[in-house]
Ligand binder design. Structure first.
Ligand SMILES: Cc1ncc(COP(=O)(O)O)c(C=O)c1O
Length: 402
């Protein structure tokens, strides 16, 4: 047998892992499954904005040649203006790399940054793209705790206690997947101060920054720490319902000399793949000029707002379920009271829920959460379907109550 690379030993993708494979098997055998595993709005009847469609159709011929390794100038100009508007300082178009999704941007940055024995502070729970890419670099993700008793805010003392001489960077996912939390200015400033004291690179995954409910203030980490090296990640998959286009980017900010080597590394990696997909870049200026459709989804009457309310209200009716309502994005990370149910583990819970009620959710382990029994709900179906799914969850839990 030809063995796989040992760099893959700890890599896991539970969102598309064994439970998902089982759901596909059930579907192939004729059982419909409600799949609440991926944040893929296009699968639930969400449509891309007309502005995006129009831009694609109008400019399609411009997408024919390879473009600059960093991305098309018009797209980078729009991204530059967006981040200047979010308060980033001293950045230019050359500090921006457009990639095939935030996923590719993270992969490139982490390949350029992480070497053997390097440690990166990542949140628990974590969107596993980040821990996986730390492993692939030969490094080690070290988890700092986000606290469900404190609205899922990062535990700063825990974060501080995890810093070692190997720590190279700290990741902040804000707004957060899977918790739906939005961090305050004070929290972000405190994390930046910790990074400053320990000479750490700040990594800010802000892909959900346009998907905040009720205009809750949300701040860009790089804007709050202009003196610090920071790489900010953002993209259009969710805010403009174009996950499949693969459209994301990263922005280097802070003291140029601090980041020049990593930036050169990223340039080399970007050059190796010649350029990002140009078709997706065509829509960036139009998309970033059109925030209205995204905002509308997050306010009363908007789909994401109403679907979140339906989920939260549905869960409130189920004894033994704890939750912290999301303030952004479309994820919830509820928990089950210890000892109240007969599940052996979070995987056992999710597999039984899939088999017995035909609903797929991802257990907490899939998000590097190892404390209590939790699972992530992707709140993308219409409110009536979500309400029915929460009723099924209630029946299921009644059947498994001790
Ligand atoms: C926190 C976070 N970062 C990055 C991504 C990847 O997004 P993209 O589609 O741009 O690769 C996701 C996707 O769900 C995400 O939740």
């Amino acid at each position: 047998m030809i063995l796989k690379s040992d760099r893959l030993t700890h890599v896991h993708s539970d969102i598309r892992g064994p439970l998902y494979v089982e759901a596909l098997r059930m579907q192939a055998a004729g059982t419909p499954v409600l799949k609440l595993n991926t944040g893929n709005p296009g699968n639930f009847g969400f449509k891309m904005p007309q502005s995006v469609r129009q831009a694609l159709l109008e400019h399609v011929d411009d997408a024919v040649p390879y473009c600059d390794v960093r991305g098309m100038p018009a797209a980078r100009k729009a991204i530059l203006d967006y981040h200047l508007g979010r308060g980033l300082q001293g950045i230019t178009m050359d500090d921006i790399f457009i990639c095939n999704g935030v996923s590719e941007a993270v992969s490139m940055l982490m390949t350029a940054l992480v070497g053997t024995d390097d440690e990166v502070l990542v949140p628990s729970p974590c969107y596993s793209l980040w821990s996986n890419n730390t492993y692939l670099g030969g490094g080690r993700p070290v988890y700092y705790r986000c606290d469900p008793k404190n609205d899922w805010n990062p535990d700063l003392e825990d974060m501080r206690s995890k810093i070692t001489k190997h720590t190279k960077a700290v990741l902040v996912i804000n707004p957060n997947n899977p918790t739906g939390a939005v961090y305050s200015r004070e929290t972000l400033l405190a994390i930046a101060q910790l990074a400053r004291e320990n000479h750490l690179l700040l990594l800010a995954d802000e892909i959900y920054d346009r998907l905040v409910m009720d205009d809750i203030p949300n701040y860009s980490m790089a804007a709050l720490a202009p003196d610090m090296p920071c790489v900010t990640f953002n993209g259009l998959s969710k805010s403009h319902i174009i996950c499949g286009f693969r459209c994301g980017w990263m922005v280097f900010s802070g003291p140029k000399e601090e980041l020049s080597e990593v930036e050169q590394g990223v340039t080399a990696l970007a050059s190796m793949r010649l350029c990002g997909n140009t078709l997706t870049q065509l829509v960036i200026p139009a998309a970033l000029a059109d925030m209205d459709s995204t905002r509308a989804m997050m306010h009363p009457g908007g789909r994401l707002y109403e679907q979140s309310r339906a989920t939260v209200e549905g869960l409130k009716k189920i004894p033994g379920v704890t939750q912290i309502p999301n303030r952004a994005a479309f994820y919830l990370f509820p928990g089950l009271e210890a000892g109240a149910f007969d599940f052996e583990s979070d995987e056992d819970f999710a597999m039984k829920f899939l088999h017995e009620k035909h609903i797929l959710v991802i257990p907490g382990h899939g998000f590097d959460w190892f404390e209590d029994l939790r699972f992530r709900i992707v709140m993308l179906p219409e409110p009536e379907r979500i309400t029915a799914a929460m009723e099924s969850l209630g029946e299921f839990l009644d059947e498994h109550r001790r």
